[in-house]
Design a protein. Structure first.
Length: 193
């Protein structure tokens, strides 16, 4: 059975630090023949959830709100065994596009039999200076409320950097993200053996 992983970036900066970290995680997974997908919602229009409740009425894995980004990424999330999300800290929290995607995915997933239950994954956060703890917790809460399994690491999956590539100079942050990716792989292999 092939293990599938998706990493979703909320950063509007292509080739930025969030992408660097997520692709690093995917690189670890890929070395063990995990099928990987990278997606970015940073520059996509993802409309926010309006709590209309139509996903609970329709029960067909769709959201009544229409935009170009949500449904293709949501379907990839449902197919994935591993979901990793990443965001830079924007005014003390995750980016709005990423949270719009996650809010809607959570509602639709729960309305259709808890589609993310017992999948594995977790967040990765990039901060210039501060706000990383709240952003990490904000994203972690999404995994927890969706009944997912989040492996730990040697510290929280947070790195520091502003200019593209600057996170690679954060040695402890990179070691933490690497260990997180290793733990994702280890857990996925245990669950699929």
């Amino acid at each position: 059975m092939t293990i599938k992983a998706i990493a979703i970036s909320g950063s509007p900066r292509a080739e930025g630090n969030t992408q660097t970290l997520l692709k690093r995680c995917l690189g670890h997974l890929q070395t063990a023949d995990v099928e990987v997908t990278y997606r970015s919602v940073g520059s996509e229009l993802v409309k926010p959830c309006i709590a209309c409740g139509k996903c609970s009425q329709m029960k067909n894995r769709t959201c009544a709100i229409r935009d170009d980004a949500f449904h293709p990424i949501f379907n990839e999330m449902v197919e994935a065994d591993i979901i990793i999300v990443g965001s830079p800290v924007y005014f003390g929290s995750a980016t709005p596009n990423l949270m719009a995607l996650l809010d809607r995915a959570g509602y639709v997933g729960r309305a259709n039999g808890h589609l993310f239950s017992r999948k594995i994954g977790g967040p990765v956060v990039v901060a210039r200076r501060a706000g990383q703890n709240f952003t990490f917790a904000q994203l972690l809460f999404w995994f927890m409320i969706n009944d997912m399994v989040v492996p730990g690491s040697s510290y929280w999956n947070v790195t520091f950097g502003r200019a593209p590539g600057e996170v690679t100079a954060d040695e402890e942050g990179i070691q933490t993200v690497d260990r997180f990716a290793e733990n994702l792989l280890w857990l996925a292999q245990k669950l699929h053996s």
